[in-house]
Design a protein around this ligand. Structure first.
Ligand code: IVH
Length: 668
């Protein structure tokens, strides 16, 4: 090919490719097939190979170019990149609007509502239409130059559709599916996993080698105009339209609304709809549309007074139920579990969700094959919120709870007054396994390395059959080493973790035994009250009920547990293995908070409530859940509830968190 012909063809090809990219990424409507598109890029690359001096920096083949960087240069933002104030509920959103209305009383406000995509904020600078620099937000004034990585993001045009100079601002993110695939691949290669798509996006953009970002399927959505000497729109929505016309990808979900009530219901509608999006959002952004009003409202130190982020309360996602199985718990409870198509929820991959029990399963009418909304209840256990009935095809299969335990085949039944179906065989292998896993878990005896998989292995190899057998493993080193893929080091680690667990305090052992209704907190209270296993075992129901928060139900459960021969034997074996059966010999009357009863309310800043409780107990104090005239101190965190009023009425001393910390420190 002659050079002139090549030059001409290259220009045609680049224009065609840019045009197709625009339809694909910005308009979301590809005009040609992927194969046809690839053919254009192939032809272009071929000609460029023949005539390397005709390669231009904005050529579609130049997204990854050059050598990895030595480090990041800094970019000073011509206009600061502000962040947003959050509205955590609809009330706070209304307050934002009323504040703005007071500041510009005569104006009829118009709101632009956008999705708040969870990724990394970037600034994209174009000069005469060419992408010249891209940067992170950094501290808002100075960011890092990540041009080399942003060039690899296919939805960022290397050249605008007109030769304008402007700075666009937006979010680079990783779609859920790419995030899942990336972590899958990393787990196969034994590389650390990314906690969530946001971290994965940020991690990809902060690489010196652009090959990494290039392999990651990053996408961009542009949500605003930065420094722009040539564009002078009157409204934010007009700015977004211009950005779109220039070839930048803006969200198709943005709306312009006039009434506050419309804004509220639009925001609320996304609480559920968000689950169906291919990427994660953590809220919506509400902006006042008129740019002259924005200017009048101005900014506070960190954020504009003309925009606010409305953040969602709970995290939900939509996925498909692949099947329903039944799990046997440590006291035999049969729990229906939805086996899910893996889905990303608040940064973790969810594959299963509890359906709780038969009644709830029926009420929600979850069937195999259904699409469901899952959410993390209390951020820990995922659960199915509801079935998306509109997506039913008729092929979904209802589930019937089994009459027999799916693991040991024993008859299942209900104890009087309970909704849960149980396997009635206490020696059911599933129950045994669950009991061991619970005993070894972090919140109980904290035996590292002894999780569900190893427990399963040890049980089926016959190396353990119950909790006490764990402490006989030290004498079975050869058998352990013979276990599939067990290296010397991992066996040593396991044995030393087991040995270390013998030093765990009594409350952990009590909790680890898995007595019904004896949770972590009750175990601590029991341990503090009785001081030893023997005293607890011999306590009468009345003595048990003298313990704070222990009522007839818990007391009966403790008595029943210790009345069993199997429990007595278990305790005896654990005792001879050398586990602690008594509280540390500390004279609790000498502890700084001895005899003082505390009640906690509101959110604490420095530690969780559980941690605060542990600290108070350790200092000899007591913690109760309700305020009474016997309460010595109410510890009030952020947003205290009605307990504060009650404490004030009863003239209970009120401590702020700092005061509690000071009190605890005094005894040290
Ligand atoms: S506007 C001055 N719009 O949220 C306005 N931000 O907390 C600044 N974000 O740093 C940002 N989607 O990373 C805006 N539609 C959107 C957004 C958005 C996501 C991010 C952005 C920003 C953070 C603010």
């Amino acid at each position: 090919m002659e050079k002139d012909a090549a030059r001409k063809r290259l220009r045609q090809l680049r224009e065609k490719i840019d045009e197709q990219n625009y339809h694909y990424y910005v308009m979301d409507k590809p005009l040609i097939s992927d194969a046809d598109f690839d053919a254009l890029v192939c032809e272009l690359a071929e000609i460029e190979r023949e005539f390397p001096d005709l390669i231009s920096p904005d050529s579609p083949t130049q997204r990854v170019g050059g050598q990895p960087r030595e480090g990041f240069a800094t970019v000073v933002h011509r206009l600061p990149m502000l962040s947003l104030e959050n509205a955590l509920n609809i009330g706070e959103l209304r307050n934002f609007v009323s504040r703005a209305m007071k500041l510009v009383p005569e104006a009829q406000l118009e709101f632009v509502v956008e999705l708040k995509v969870d990724g990394l904020a970037v600034s994209l600078q174009y000069e005469a239409g060419l992408f010249v620099r891209g940067a992170t937000r950094g501290d808002g004034e100075v960011g890092e130059d990540i041009t080399h990585n942003l060039r690899t993001v296919k939805s960022i045009p290397l050249r605008l559709r007109k030769p304008v100079t402007l700075e666009a601002r937006g979010e680079v993110y990783l779609p859920r599916s790419s995030f899942l695939a990336l972590n899958e691949e990393r787990s196969l290669q034994n590389q650390p996993l990314f906690a969530n798509p946001r971290n994965a996006a940020a991690g990809s953009l902060r690489q010196l080698d652009p090959q990494v970002a290039s392999s990651r399927n990053l996408e961009v959505v542009v949500y605003g105009l930065g420094y722009s000497p040539e564009l002078q729109p009157h409204s934010h929505s007009a700015a977004l339209n211009s950005l779109k016309d220039l070839g930048l990808r803006v969200s198709s979900q943005t709306v312009v609304l006039r009434q506050l009530e419309e804004v509220v219901s639009y925001c609320e509608s996304w609480r559920v709809k968000r689950a169906a999006l291919p990427y994660e959002i953590d809220g919506l952004v509400i902006k006042i549309n008129d740019l002259s009003l924005q200017k009048r409202l101005g900014n506070t130190a960190k954020s504009p007074r003309w925009a606010i982020a409305y953040k969602f309360p709970a995290v939900q996602a939509q996925t498909k139920v692949l099947g329903i199985t039944v799990q046997v718990g440590r006291i035999g409870t049969l729990t229906p579990i939805a086996e899910l198509e893996p889905v990303l929820l608040a940064g973790t991959v969810v594959k299963r969700a509890s359906l709780h029990n038969e009644d709830i399963l029926r009420e929600k009418d979850v069937r195999s094959g259904d699409y469901v909304i899952v959410r993390k209840a209390g951020e820990i256990i995922p659960e199915v919120v509801a079935v998306v009935k509109s997506r039913r095809t008729g092929a979904e299969v209802p589930f019937i709870m089994p009459e027999f335990c799916p693991v040991c085949g024993a008859q299942a039944g209900r104890l009087p007054g309970e909704v849960a179906l149980r396997c009635l065989n206490p020696f059911c292998p599933a129950q045994v396994a669950e009991r061991i896993v619970h005993f070894a878990s972090r919140s109980a005896m904290d035996i590292k390395h002894l999780g569900p998989a190893l427990t399963e292995q040890l049980l089926s190899a016959g190396l353990i059959a119950d909790i006490a057998d764990i402490y006989a493993l030290a004498g079975k080193k050869a058998e352990l080493l013979a276990l599939e893929r067990k290296a010397e080091k991992s066996v040593e680690d396991l044995l030393s973790a087991i040995e270390k667990s013998k030093e765990q305090p009594l409350w952990r052992l009590l909790y680890g035994l898995g007595i019904r209704f004896v949770g972590e907190r009750t175990a601590r209270l029991l341990s503090a009250h009785f001081g030893s296993m023997d005293k607890l075992i011999s306590a009468s129901p009345a003595e048990l009920e003298a313990v704070e928060e222990v009522g007839a139900k818990i007391s009966a459960s403790i008595s029943e547990f210790f009345a069993l021969d199997s429990s007595k034997e278990l305790v005896a074996r654990l005792r001879s293995a050398g586990l602690k059966m008594a509280e540390e010999k500390e004279n609790s009357t000498e502890k700084p908070l001895y005899g003082k009863t505390f009640v906690l309310t509101g959110t604490l800043a420095a530690c969780s409530r559980e941690e605060a409780t542990a600290l108070i107990l350790a200092a000899g104090g007591r913690v109760s859940s309700s305020v009474s005239k016997n309460t010595h101190y109410l510890v009030a965190g952020e947003k205290p509830g009605s307990k504060l009023q009650k404490a004030e009425k009863l003239r209970v001393s009120i401590l702020e968190e700092q005061a509690l910390i000071a009190l605890l420190a005094k005894g040290k």
